[in-house]
Design a protein around this ligand. Sequence first.
Ligand code: SF4
Length: 325
Amino acid sequence: MNWRKELVSSYTRIEDLLSLLELNINQIDPLMSAKTHFPFRVTQAYASRIKPRDPNDPLLLQVLPTNDELVSPQNFSDDPVEEGPLKKNNSLLQKYHGRALLITTGACAINCRYCFRRAFPYQHIIKSKALESAFEQISQDISIKEVILSGGDPLILDDKELKRIFESVHQIKHVERLRIHSRLPIVLPSRLTKRFIKLMRDTPLQTSLVVHVNHPNELDNPTIESLRRCKESGITLLNQSVLLKNINNDTETLIRLSEILFLAGVLPYYMHMLDRVTGSAHFEVSDAEALSLEAQLRAKLPGYLMPTFVREISKMGSKIPLAQV
Ligand code: SF4
């Protein structure tokens, strides 16, 4: 099956996933009303890695809407890192010096319940118009050396659309680097087509692909193989994770994650503290626990397998290492 067809065959009904996993709705108490605000969505490839009959499976917990989402402490909000004021237009954010972030789409292949952009106003993206004006704005700011494609998930776009974006970025003389942030290589490994890899390899821009894996069980053999093909063709691969309660907040899981990422040709990059978005409080790990995990990892892993534990704080010029928060 090609990746587009696979995407269409994703699970969008909680009942269907529970039936695949032989789980009873009463064992889980899912938030059925999630359909309305941040819908349920999981690819078949990701679902196939969830252990049947285990309501606490760490991959299931990342995607299943539950009534815990209705608990919203005061310090949680719809725009936890205050991106709203950083918008240059509906597709362009400038958070940090020298880098510009293009919001290319609002769509994802999988809806992660902790996503900090789960309430992002994607409906305002008027694709071609906003992108054209974003390129114009980037071309007028010679401090921008790197363009980051984000979303949503930019690899939801087809290769033709990506090629057009790559070409537009390349035409801006002062931009040297192009980075893609995507979870598709993990949740829909067939997306790393030969054509896409060639596109990344052939652009004169320096490219990197930052994937998003939180738990070693997300990396099955087909996923590892497709990442390795990408790496072997010369593409720099990095990973960012989010530290999530009951999912990856233990030393053994995080060590295994770094090791298996390296096996797949990916270097661990950031371990993000949860951004406090409405509906995600049940995933939060305290700073004290995170610092202790970081110390345990540092004692056991070589430096190149050690992700930097960071928190994003609004109006700061970079992500802040957790030890300095
Ligand atoms: S943007 Fe990334 S983290 Fe958010 S729902 Fe999409 S894939 Fe998940």
